[in-house]
Design a protein around this ligand. Structure first.
Ligand code: MG
Length: 307
C-alpha cells in the first residue's frame, strides 16, 4: 500500500528561515502503513531498497517497501528496539527480552554480541548506533524491563548507562553512567560529537527531556556531556542527523529539527508521539518516522549523514 495515503502537505512548520531550505513545499507527509502497536528501531536497508522497523509490543520486526507495503520480516523479534547496521552491513538490534545486542548474520543466524557488563546482565539495550571506527554504541536504561508491555518485567543488575562496544576486541566500556534513562544516540557527520538523549522517569513531575552532547576523542574517549537541548513537548526517544549536522529528534508533537548549536528551527508535525526515525530512500533524502502505531515518511531537501 503506497501512494494512496497522502496525509498532509502542511506538516512542516518553520520556526526559522534556516528551516525553509530543508523542506520541500510540494512533498507531503505520507502515511505509509498502520495497524501496529508501537514502532521502533527504524533502519534503512539500501541494498534491499527497504525499511526495517520494530513493532515492539507485538514482538515482531517488519519490512516495508514502496511497492509492496509492510510485511512481517521476523517473529519473534525478541522484543527488539533500536537498530543499526555495522560496518559490514549486518543488522544490530537491541533486544529487551534477551537483554543484549543481537547481530543478524548474512545467513539470518543471530549472534549475541554482548549481554553482560562486569559479569552481570545488561538491563534492556534501548538504542544503538555505529561509529566510523566500527565501535557500536548503545544505551542501557531500565525501560525495557520495567513493565510487561515491551518484553517483560525483569530485575536490574546494574545502573543505567551507555556503552561503547568494540566488536573486534570484544571489549565493552561504560561511556557514561551519570545518565537517568539514556536513550537515543547519534553522531555528528564528522563523528566528532555524540548526541545522547536522557529521558529519565517520564511519570515524574518535570522529567528529564534532554539531549546531551559529548566530544569524541581518540579511541572513543568522551569529554563534555553538557545539556545540548531540552525537547518540549515530550522527549527525545530517537534522532537522526543530516549531512549538514542538523539533529532531527523525536518529540510528542512530531519531529524537531535542531541546528548543530542546539537551536530549534522547525518541526514536522505528526498527529502522534514520535518514537524513532531514520533517513532512507535511494538518495537518503526521505525521513521515515515512527509515529506511535503508524509509519510515516516525508521527502526533505537534505540527506542523511553518510553512515
Ligand atoms: Mg528509545
Amino acid at each position: 500500500m503506497t501512494g494512496e495515503l497522502l496525509v498532509d502537505y502542511e506538516a512542516a512548520e518553520s520556526l526559522d528561515p534556516r528551516f525553509d531550505r530543508l523542506v520541500l513545499a510540494n512533498a507531503p507527509l505520507e502515511r505509509l502503513a498502520e495497524g501496529f502497536r508501537w514502532l521502533e528501531g527504524l533502519v534503512w536497508m539500501g541494498d534491499w531498497d527497504a525499511l526495517l522497523f520494530q513493532d515492539l509490543p507485538n514482538n515482531r520486526t517488519m519490512l516495508w517497501r514502496d511497492a509492496t507495503g509492510a510485511s512481517v520480516w521476523r517473529a519473534p523479534s525478541h522484543y527488539a528496539n533500536g537498530q543499526t547496521r555495522d560496518l559490514q552491513g549486518r543488522l544490530v538490534s537491541c533486544s529487551h527480552r534477551r537483554r543484549c545486542l543481537l547481530r543478524t548474520e548474512y545467513d539470518g543466524a543471530l549472534t549475541v554480541l554482548v549481554d553482560r557488563h562486569n559479569g552481570k546482565r545488561l538491563n534492556a539495550p534501548n538504542d544503538v548506533t555505529t561509529a566510523a571506527d566500527g565501535a557500536i554504541w548503545f544505551s542501557d536504561p531500565l525501560y525495557g524491563i520495567s513493565n510487561d508491555y515491551e518484553g517483560g518485567v525483569q530485575t536490574s543488575e546494574q545502573p543505567p548507562a551507555f556503552y561503547r562496544f568494540d566488536p573486534a576486541s570484544g571489549v565493552l566500556q561504560v561511556a557514561a553512567s551519570d545518565f537517568d534513562g539514556p536513550n537515543g544516540l547519534a553522531f555528528s557527520p564528522d563523528g566528532r560529537r555524540l548526541y545522547v538523549a536522557e529521558t529519565g522517569d517520564q511519570t515524574r513531575p518535570d522529567p528529564k527531556q534532554y539531549i546531551r552532547v559529548f566530544d569524541v576523542g581518540e579511541g572513543g574517549a568522551l569529554s563534555g556531556g553538557d545539556i545540548f537541548h531540552r525537547i518540549s513537548p515530550g522527549y527525545c526517544d530517537g534522532m537522526a542527523v543530516d549531512r549538514d549536522g542538523h539533529i532531527w529528534s523525536s518529540a510528542a508533537d512530531g519531529v524537531h529539527c535542531l541546528t548543530p548549536r542546539g537551536e530549534l528551527i522547525g518541526k514536522i508535525r505528526i498527529p502522534y508521539r514520535v518514537s524513532n526515525l531514520c533517513f532512507g530512500g535511494a538518495a537518503g533524502n526521505r525521513l521515515f518516522i515512527g509515529g506511535s502505531h503508524t509509519l510515516y515518511a516525508i521527502y526533505l531537501n537534505t540527506n542523511g549523514a553518510a553512515p
